[in-house]
Write a protein that binds this ligand. Sequence first.
Ligand code: COA
Length: 180
Amino acid sequence: MNRPPERRLSRGTAEGFTLRRANPADVPFIMATERLDGYETLVGRWEADTHAAAFADPAYRYFIGEFAGRPVGFALIRDWASPAKVTCVKRLAVVEPGQGHGSLFLRRAIDAMFEETDTHRLWIGAFPENLRARRAYVAAGFAEEGIARGSAFFGEVFRDEMILSMLRPEWQARRARDGL
Ligand SMILES: CC(C)(COP(=O)(O)OP(=O)(O)OC[C@H]1O[C@@H](n2cnc3c(N)ncnc32)[C@H](O)[C@@H]1OP(=O)(O)O)[C@@H](O)C(=O)NCCC(=O)NCCS
């Protein structure tokens, strides 16, 4: 899975891609993306008031990925700059899956998190059957750790999660390999 960056980005070229911090005006896009057909079993959904509360909470940070100025996905980070130095990618979704946007977006968001905070450990959970998400996360440099049983109360049932993580030294090594 440790492929050179050119191949990783082959389906979603980095040219024209930008990552920016989201603002409350992005909430309609974020909510629409959470609610795309087929995403109901994959990703959580919040109402507008919950997103508004998260925007006002410094422990949360939202990012928007854009191609040529058009939003293509969002990421919601929890425990941003936490004193424990452990941060979670709570939610991630793109509008056109399978085009390479998710891996690219995640790589940029990971860079922002490690550059702008002193986080040591970044982690993300995926439902084990969500192989597309798991592959995208591994492509972005996460390592699979194992299954946390019943760790997500989702759709009124407790679901297992595959936990993936990246530690700061691994991020630094990846940046060095990429010549950055
Ligand atoms: C998860 C998500 C953000 C990943 O972004 P993406 O743009 O689709 O991912 P990419 O195109 O960068 O990479 C997907 C990888 O999965 C592979 N893949 C695509 N469809 C797949 C499928 N049905 N089964 C298994 N693997 C699949 C691709 O080949 C690629 O792997 P590779 O890089 O090793 O070739 C996106 O799919 C998404 O928003 N999904 C719906 C919501 C969701 O699941 N969110 C995550 C919750 S944990």
